[in-house]
Every structure is written in C-alpha cells, then in structure tokens.
Design a protein around this ligand. Structure first.
Ligand code: G6P
Length: 455
C-alpha cells in the first residue's frame, strides 16, 4: 500500500474568508497549488501550511479542515514571529541569496536584529515540526516545500524517525560564494536543516550542484539530491483558456491591439524577473529598427508582491517610470509602445498567452518559470519564446526557445527583433516544438518523482 503523504509549505492550497459559521475556503493561487491541488484532492494527503490571514488563523483552531476535497491543516504562528521569519529571513535574506540579488556593497547587514529574526525563523520551523510530529500518520512521506522551511530535517529525524522526508526547493540555490555571506553557524544550520532530509530536490541540475557544493564547502558533507522539474497542468490551463472570461479577453485584445504584433510578459513585480532590462531591450530594438515602430505593442502583465519590502516598492516605481520613458520616447498619438497591466486577472493573463507573437521570459535567475511552458501550451499564433539562460526551465526548452543573456541588452533587443521577423514556417515549427516540450511532463510526474526520491 502506498504510504500516506503530508505536504508542507508556507502558502497553503486554501485561503479562508469570513468567520464563525461563515468561514469558507477558496483555492489559493500560484503554480504549486494549481499543479498539486487536483492531484491531492479527494485523497488522504494532508497539506500543512501557515495561516496568512485572520480567517486562516480561525481555521487553524479547527484542526484538519477539508474543502474542495483538500485536507488542510493551517498553522497559526505568532504574528511577530511570522513577520520576522517571512520578511527578514525568507524574503530579504534567503530569496536574495538564492537569486544572487544582494548588492553586497550595501546589503545584507548582519546585526543583532538579523540574529533575532533568525531566532524567529527557527521558531517558525519549530512550530511546523511540532504539528507535523503530531499529525503525520505512521510511516508517512513528508514533502517539504521551499526556503521558508529549511530547518525541518533534523527536527523530524529526531521526533519521528518513522517518517521519510523530502525537501524541494522551488528557487535556484546559493553557491558557496553567496552562502558564505551568512555567518558560518547560520549557513551550517540551514544546510544541515535541508541535508538531513532523506533527499533534497531541485528544478534544475544547476541548482542541485550549487547546493551540493555549498554543503561540501561549509559542512564537508554530500547530501542526497535529485532533479525533477515541475510541469504546468495543461488540462487545467486549457480549461481556463477555453472559458468565457478568457474568450472575452481575447476579443478585447483583438480590438485593442488590432493588426499590431504583440510581445507579452507575465510575472510578479519581482526583482529577479528583470522587467527593467526587458524594457531597455525593447527600447533598444525600437532604436535599432525604425521599421518596427508603431507595428508592435509590449504588454507586461504583472502583479505587485512583497510590497512590505522597500526594495520591491522602489522596483515597482522604477518599472513604471521606465515604461513611461520608453512610451514618451517612441509613442505617437495612436500608439503606446508599452502597456503595463497590474490587474492580476488570471483569465486575462491566459488570454495574452493565447494571443502573443513573442513571449519574453528573461529572469536574472529563476528556479524554474512555469510561464515559459504555459505560453506554448495555449498560444494560438505560432508565437515564439525569448528565454533567459538563467531560468531553470531553459534546461527543457533549450533549442526550441531563443536563448538570451538576461544582462545583455543588445542580445535581448536582437532576439526580440529576430522573433518578430521569423517567417511563418519557422515560427510554426518552433511553436510546435515548444508545445511538445511543454507537454512532456505533468505535475503528477513531479510529485511521483519527489516521493520516489525517498522511496
Ligand atoms: C514563487 C516562487 C516560490 C516562492 C513563492 C513565494 O512562486 O517560485 O519559490 O515560494 O513565490 O511567494 P510569496 O508571495 O508566498 O512570498
């Protein structure tokens, strides 16, 4: 008989609303949830996640709650602990280290405040360890997701030796040079916390290598790693693409964009996504190629995130200001070169994926990037993908997408122009190949491989 499964993540599959008798749950957002929710729905799997709102906190008092076929156990963690752990350790330190985002001349500053936040991070991990210890069925496989929960390995090994544990990172991983920014004791605690799972998984062999090298450098230890990229849920995505809302949005794009060609990007307003250099590359393309002016529109669909952090607020303003500069430089009475859309409307984003001629995915560093595969699954215009070599998904799409260096403006400007210039036969062949690669794996392959890694 298959062992029971316990999934563990910071952000859970359900978001609760209302209170008392009116407490209701809706499915949460994000690639992990949309891929996994259908797989665990109707099964015995328990998904343990942190309470992120007051309604989630109320749900936490009810133990395991079942909604939409998903059994969730929400964990109410002290708000101050949660804030220090999430904002300071997870988002300002670990996210930056794993994505190489620190401007080391200024940040990070490791002071008493940071040490205090690390204590909160430990407490956050302790709270999860306690609930997993209490709730996990005998002999279960516990699948822990991401950097928020990097310290569970040793805790679970001691408290519940009957469990098999796997840790999966959805981000890249800090190589030794970055990891050495953390004080040695904290770096060692983090790496031990992960390496003490039975296996550690990554979306790309590059990230697994970086993790192994950091473990070698700091712990002098070889952890057990595996590589298993997550995949988009094609059926789920295509049902949204075929829906009424999406259909109406496609008609609207047709009206608004008309005969012009469409470059699209869809991402969180996130430092690692490289929106600024994407706009600079487009600006360069318009400078280099006067014939393309007025013939193309660049739509950037995104949504603000982590706005509690000053870096994200500043980045958003810079993105808005740069779009404005490019629009001022090239725009005409009837043509706006860049359109920023921060509505965070999923059917609208999917409509743009159906309708793009070129999809730009140019992160500085990205664990995977599902959008680069979601686009080809639903696109209807033989659209091409311009893709950063630094995204994990580049491993799957190399040769089918146009690879770019995300730091090089000229390379990206040329790639955008080349993508717009492609003849129909070449575009069609490329789009078919992209689709074939995007269909090659499913979320259930990913879950199966994660479980098999500790089987
Ligand atoms: C993206 C990343 C995940 C990360 C998540 C957290 O989806 O791929 O690695 O865990 O963002 O986002 P949040 O908004 O919860 O901080």
């Amino acid at each position: 008989m298959a062992p029971p499964i316990v999934l563990v993540s910071n952000r859970g599959p359900l978001a609760f609303h209302g209170h008392g008798d009116d407490l209701v749950a809706t499915r949460g957002g994000g690639g992990l949830v949309s891929g996994l929710a259908p797989l665990v729905s109707g099964t015995d799997t328990v998904w343990i996640a942190a309470a992120l709102s007051d309604a989630d906190r109320e749900a936490a008092t009810r133990g395991i709650v079942e909604s939409e076929g998903i059994r969730t156990r929400t964990l109410a963690i002290d708000a101050a602990v949660m804030a220090k752990s999430y904002d300071v350790v997870c988002n300002s330190m670990l996210w930056f280290l794993h994505h190489g985002l620190h401007d080391l001349s200024r940040r990070p500053v490791i002071d008493a405040g940071f040490r205090e936040a690390w204590t909160a991070y430990r407490a956050y991990n302790d709270a999860f360890a306690e609930v997993i210890t209490a709730e996990a069925p005998e002999g279960a496989i516990v699948a822990v997701q991401d950097y928020h929960l990097a310290l569970l390995g040793p805790r679970l090994r001691v408290a519940r030796p009957d469990l098999r544990t796997v840790h999966f990172s959805h981000t890249p991983f800090a190589p030794p040079l970055q990891m050495r920014v953390l004080p040695h004791d904290l770096a060692a605690e983090l790496l031990e916390g992960m390496a003490d799972h039975d296996a550690c998984g990554f979306h790309s062999a590059r990230w697994a290598d970086d993790f192994r090298q950091s473990c070698h450098d700091i712990l002098d230890r070889e952890p057990n790693t595996f590589v298993s990229p997550l995949a988009p849920d094609a059926a789920d995505l295509r049902s949204v693409a075929a829906g009424r809302r999406c259909e109406a949005e496609v008609a609207r794009i047709d009206r608004e964009v008309g005969h012009r060609r469409l470059i699209v990007r869809v991402d969180r307003i996130e430092l690692s996504k490289n929106l600024l250099r994407g706009f600079r590359a487009y600006d360069q393309m318009l400078a280099d190629r006067p014939d393309l002016r007025g013939t193309v529109v660049f739509r950037s669909l995104g949504y603000p995130s982590r706005e509690g952090l000053p870096e994200y607020l500043a980045y958003r303003s810079e993105v808005e200001a740069l779009a404005e500069v490019v629009n001022q430089r090239w725009g005409t009475a009837d043509w706006q070169p860049i359109e920023l859309d921060l509505a965070d409307d999923f059917p609208r984003s999917v409509a743009h994926l159906r309708r793009y001629d070129v999809l730009l995915v140019n992160p500085l560093r990205d664990g995977l990037n599902l959008v680069a595969m979601e686009g080809p699954l639903v696109n209807e215009r033989a659209g091409t993908v311009v893709l950063s070599r630094e995204a994990g998904v580049h491993d799957q799409l190399v040769g089918a997408a146009r690879s770019v260096n995300p730091f090089d403006i000229a390379d990206q400007a040329t790639a955008l122009a080349e993508a717009l210039d492609l003849d129909t036969a070449t575009r069609t062949a490329q789009a078919q190949e992209l689709r074939r690669r995007a269909e090659a794996r499913t979320p259930s392959d990913w879950l199966r491989e994660q479980l098999a890694a500790v089987g």
